[in-house]
Every structure is written in structure tokens, then in C-alpha cells.
Ligand binder design. Structure first.
Ligand code: AVJ
Length: 295
């Protein structure tokens, strides 16, 4: 019989393998789920993206947060980070563990599962403020974003709050540079997904035959990251029991980052059981922080 730790890691591998198989064999555009970009290497590369001059998003997010009144100044506050990357969770607890009046209790779970765990453990008079920052909502298609907000609302009580950070539309040139920086950090972040599949699922992706590509999709108003095959090639992913052929110039779509208009957020809130009580905009890098109240 497998030990608990081993069976847990096998369960992770098989979920990963099943997702890789399903998304890579989709008819039409091949895909890979963006959540798998964040293994230990990917999380470290993302931290580096956040300090690139071309990627203004995270700094805008932080500038707006600093302008809001300190959340924990008046009373003891618990912070429950919900994070699927164990290395990111550990780094975060270490970095924020020193703040007075704040206790940190991490949950290594997907967002909604983690939120459910926290909500189930709440005291009768506790208020919840959910932080969903960094335009992570932008990874969802617009309809899926609505569904996600509705699911969040269903877990919350009336009067609970959600601080939602969203990146705003800006010039196409700036948006493309933010996702295709000249130093190649974003390219490495994207390519690492194939390297991860090689490491964890025994695949034989030849990384030298792929190029990072950032595209602006004008209809959907989103940046898409793709990996373009520079030649016709076959790839074998043993743990996913998968062999497939990529044509020259065929791409694998790895991530979407939807961009918003400021007035879209109160409308999203109204559709999903919240009201937007406040909106703050960073002028240096158009980005909004929105305070949504569960109605
Ligand atoms: C963490 C999903 C918000 O979409 O801007 C950064 C991820 N991808 N550069 C984003 C990302 C490429 C980021 N999110």
C-alpha cells in the first residue's frame, strides 16, 4: 500500500496528466491550463516578472493597496492566504509573518475550496474580506469570471467584502511588451510549462523548437500567451499516455489575461450578487482596485 504522502503525490500527478492530455488533444486549438505555470520554477519566474519595468501591473496593485487605510490597525486580524503553490505559500508566510496584530494561516488549496474552508471555520461575529488581487480574475473568460464571482458570493454572507484588483485596457504596444519583455523572462515563464511536463510526466518536448508568443485578441480584449512550434514535430508524454504531432507554426495556448474597462466592474458586481462600493484607479499604470460588498 502506498504511504499517504506518496498516494497524495500520485493523485497530483494523475490529475496533472489527465488535464494535460485533455487540453492538448482538444479539437482545433491545443491548450494547456494556465494554473500549471506555477510550479516552484514558474513561481520564481513570476516573482521576477513582477519587478520587470514592462510589467507595471503588480506595482500598480500595490500602490493602490498602500493608499487604502491599514486593514489591521484597529483589531486583531487573521490572514488566510489560499494558494496552490507550496513554495509561494511558504515564501509569503515568511515575508508577512512579522506584522503586528496579524496571524497567518495558509491553505494549500484552489481558491473556492480554500474560501469554503475559511468560511466554515468563521466565528459568528467575524467579518470576511476576500482579497482577489493582481488581476487574477483576468485568467478567466468573461463568462467564467461571472460564474467565479457568483460562486464566491454563495460562500459569503451579506455584508462580507471582496477587494478585486483588475488590470485595465491600455495601448496594445504596452500590453504586448508587458507579456513579451525584451529580457525574455516571460518567455522563460511560458516555456517552463513544457519543461515541467518533461520533468513531471516524462515528456520529450524539445524546448529549442518552441517560441514564446504574446497576442492581443481584440474581440475578447485579452492577451493570450502561446507557445509556437518552429517545426513539424511529434511529442510523447508517457505519464499521460499521449503522443501527438505539432505542425510547423502550430501553437499551444497557455494563458489568457483579460483586460477591463473601469465601468465594467460595477456591472460585473451587479450581475453576480455584489455591489461596487468603491473604485480606485492607478493613473501611472491603468489598474483598478474595487471594493465589492455581498448584497
Ligand atoms: C498572475 C494571472 C495576473 O495574467 O498578468 C504575467 C500572469 N502571465 N505574465 C497576468 C502573467 C504572464 C498574470 N496573472
Amino acid at each position: 500500500m502506498a504511504t499517504p504522502a506518496l498516494s497524495l503525490s500520485l493523485r497530483h500527478v494523475s490529475a496533472f496528466a489527465a488535464d494535460v492530455r485533455e487540453s492538448l488533444t482538444k479539437p482545433g486549438q491545443r491548450e494547456l491550463p494556465s494554473k500549471y505555470l506555477y510550479d516552484e520554477v514558474g513561481s520564481a519566474l513570476f516573482e521576477t516578472i513582477c519587478v520587470l519595468p514592462e510589467y507595471g501591473l503588480t506595482r500598480a496593485d500595490a500602490r493602490l493597496l498602500e493608499k487604502l487605510e491599514a486593514l489591521s490597525r484597529r483589531q486583531k486580524t487573521y490572514y488566510y492566504p489560499i494558494e496552490i503553490s507550496p513554495s509561494a505559500l511558504a515564501a509569503l508566510s515568511k515575508e508577512l509573518g512579522q506584522i503586528d496584530m496579524v496571524s497567518i494561516v495558509g491553505h494549500e488549496q484552489p481558491y473556492l475550496e480554500g474560501l469554503r474552508t475559511v468560511a466554515e471555520g468563521r466565528g459568528e461575529r467575524d467579518h470576511l474580506l476576500v482579497l482577489f488581487l493582481g488581476s487574477t480574475i483576468g485568467n478567466f473568460d468573461r463568462d467564467a469570471g461571472d460564474t467565479f464571482l457568483r460562486e464566491m458570493r454563495a460562500i459569503l454572507q451579506t455584508g462580507d467584502a471582496l477587494l478585486l484588483g483588475t488590470d485595465l485596457e491600455k495601448s496594445i504596444e504596452l500590453q504586448l511588451l508587458a507579456y513579451d519583455d525584451p529580457a525574455g523572462v516571460t518567455a522563460a515563464f511560458n516555456l517552463n510549462l513544457l519543461a515541467r511536463i518533461n520533468r513531471e510526466l516524462g515528456a520529450d518536448f524539445d524546448l529549442s523548437c518552441f517560441r514564446h508568443q504574446a497576442r492581443w485578441n481584440r474581440v475578447e480584449r485579452r492577451i493570450e500567451m502561446h507557445l509556437r512550434s518552429t517545426c513539424r514535430q511529434t511529442v510523447h508524454v508517457p505519464a499521460a499516455n499521449l503522443r501527438f504531432m505539432l505542425e510547423e507554426d502550430e501553437t499551444i495556448w497557455t494563458e489568457s489575461s483579460h483586460k477591463y474597462r473601469a465601468e465594467e466592474i460595477p456591472e460585473m458586481a451587479a450581475r453576480t450578487g455584489f455591489r461596487c462600493d468603491g473604485q480606485w484607479i492607478d493613473r501611472e499604470w491603468p489598474f483598478t482596485q474595487n471594493l465589492l460588498i455581498a448584497g
